[in-house]
Write a protein that binds this ligand. Structure first.
Ligand code: SAM
Length: 252
């Protein structure tokens, strides 16, 4: 639909060559139509985990802010939302206001990958002027939330390492992500197989780069030293199993 819109309504077929923009725009279309319905029921204890967020918080890929009412805004000093899809920003700003964040919400037009996030954080002023090369300076965020987003970030291993670097020592990461089916342990072979089949049939292409077969739990574990690593599977036997929980970066 997005491709047809670009050709027949925008009459600007050259936009089809800008693949990243095309990807964000088509995902934004999908999310604008379905995001709210897809947020009514969230997996596992994520609502409770979000309600405890406090201090300076970074939310990766907030979309149009459907989950913002689940935070307790009185505990939050400032929240940065790193959302690369420009068409979702008006909704994000509207929902941040509606959820009572006022000036405490700072939307950033960037992705969670260091090469996009770090310059945006510098521009916003929360990172100092040194270290613009890619890796963040340590210790600026009390909490980082990744809710239904790490399936779509580029080079997830490095991106997650970058996010770890941005957490203050003792800081908390809240995770709610769908992952590769753990068929050798808690999962199911048929579900793992269906992930493979869906992927071959174009899941990632049709869902804006979302990957079904990511081992996000392993990337998180290997990102750095954690003093607490509490992730639970929700729907481990399903084709779209989630890991939900909280991790705490080891104190200095
Ligand atoms: C499934 S939606 C989830 C939105 C929100 N976190 C929620 O759970 O309601 C995924 C979001 O991640 C965004 N996204 C895609 N690629 C991203 C990236 N590289 N970095 C950060 N966010 C990204 C999408 O634009 C979209 O808003």
């Amino acid at each position: 639909m997005t491709m047809l819109e670009i050709i027949f309504i925008d009459r600007s077929p050259s936009k089809l060559l800008k693949l990243t923009d095309l990807r964000y725009r088509s995902f934004a279309r999908l999310w604008t139509n379905n995001g709210e319905a897809m947020t009514v029921e969230m997996p596992g204890p994520i609502d409770e985990l979000l309600s405890k967020c406090q201090g300076i918080v970074l939310d990766i890929g907030p979309g149009s802010g459907e989950i913002l009412p689940r935070f307790n805004n009185s505990k939050i000093v400032t929240m940065y939302g790193a959302e690369p899809a420009a068409p979702l920003h008006p909704g994000l700003i509207r929902n941040a206001k509606k959820a009572g964040f006022g000036d405490k919400y700072i939307p950033l037009l960037c992705g969670g990958e260091p090469e996009s996030l770090i310059p945006a954080l510098h521009k916003s002023g929360i990172l100092g002027q040194s270290g613009t090369g890619g890796a963040g300076e340590s210790g600026v965020f009390d909490e980082i939330c990744c809710v239904r987003v790490l399936c779509g970030v580029p080079h997830p291993k490095e991106t997650i390492k970058g996010l770890y670097g941005l957490l203050k020592p003792g800081g908390r990461m809240v995770i709610c992500e769908h992952v590769v089916n753990p068929w050798r342990t808690k999962g199911r072979f048929a579900a793992r197989l269906s992930q493979f089949v869906f992927s071959v049939l174009g899941w990632s292409f049709f869902l804006g780069g979302c990957e079904m077969q990511r081992n996000t739990e392993q990337y998180l574990r290997e990102a750095g030293e954690w003093s607490e690593f509490k992730l639970e599977y929700v729907g481990a036997k399903d084709a779209v199993p989630f890991v939900v929980g909280e991790l705490r970066k080891k104190s200095a």
